[in-house]
Design a protein around this ligand. Structure first.
Ligand code: SF4
Ligand code: SF4
Length: 215
């Protein structure tokens, strides 16, 4: 798989993208996609179960795509509606993970501009390939929280909305991810929810069968 590394540029930049959010893994980053294997990886402490709403598969619906990302500082294990970074793996000398173990979607961002945004060299279908493994991530969420995915989404959305409103009232600058939350909310408030399995049945396989080259 092609990797995009420019240590000098990223050093000069100081890891602005890593300060905004931990980067996202792909299923191909894990040896196995079983409950026990992934639980063991998550329990190492630097991975969160994350995700984002998506629509477009059906004109009046939205669903929630679950995936794994590098855990942000102070973020919970199940961090579905994230406030963003900094990534817990970011140090003064760069990423704690070597290139072999770094999340693939991070390696598929081409360093192009100090301060970013840098060029994403992957299609949306790469992220959507996680839909094939959302069942096992749902089971892991249940294990860690004793709750269903949709309940966590509602709970964390309400919590983040409250914290954003408080920040706005106090004129505290919002993080980039917090600004983005408004986009999420408009999708979620105006359309019915479908589980990821229901959404998958409505999607053409071309939207979720992407694999990195040489994989
Ligand atoms: S924002 Fe771009 S230049 Fe800066 S650290 Fe990230 S990839 Fe490198
Ligand atoms: S995993 Fe490494 S490269 Fe990715 S956001 Fe964290 S510190 Fe940056």
């Amino acid at each position: 798989m092609e990797k995009y590394i420019d240590t000098d540029l990223c050093k000069e930049c100081g890891g602005v993208c890593c300060q905004q959010n931990g980067c996202i893994f792909l299923p191909q980053d894990f040896e196995k996609m079983t409950f026990n294997y992934l639980k063991n990886e998550i329990d190492k402490g630097y991975i969160s179960i994350a995700g984002q709403p998506f629509n477009g598969f059906y004109e009046n619906g939205w669903s929630f795509l679950l995936y794994l990302r590098a855990r942000n500082c102070d973020a919970p294990i199940v961090d579905l509606i994230t406030s963003g970074g900094p990534c817990s793996l970011l140090t003064e000398t760069g990423c704690k993970l070597d290139e072999e173990h770094r999340p693939t979607l991070g390696l598929l961002v081409k360093p192009t501009k100090i301060g970013g945004p840098c060029e994403k060299m992957f299609p949306q279908e790469a992220l959507m390939s996680w839909i094939n493994y959302n069942d096992v991530l749902c089971q892991l969420i249940k294990h860690y929280t004793k709750k269903d995915v949709v309940d966590i989404i509602i709970e964390q959305t309400k919590e983040k909305s409250r914290s954003i409103n408080n920040k706005r009232a106090l004129r505290i600058e919002l993080k980039a991810m917090e600004e983005h939350l408004y986009y999420y909310l408009s999708i979620m408030n105006n359309n019915p929810y479908y589980t990821s399995q229901e959404a998958k049945r409505m999607l053409s396989p071309k939207y979720y069968s992407w694999k990195p080259k040489n994989n």
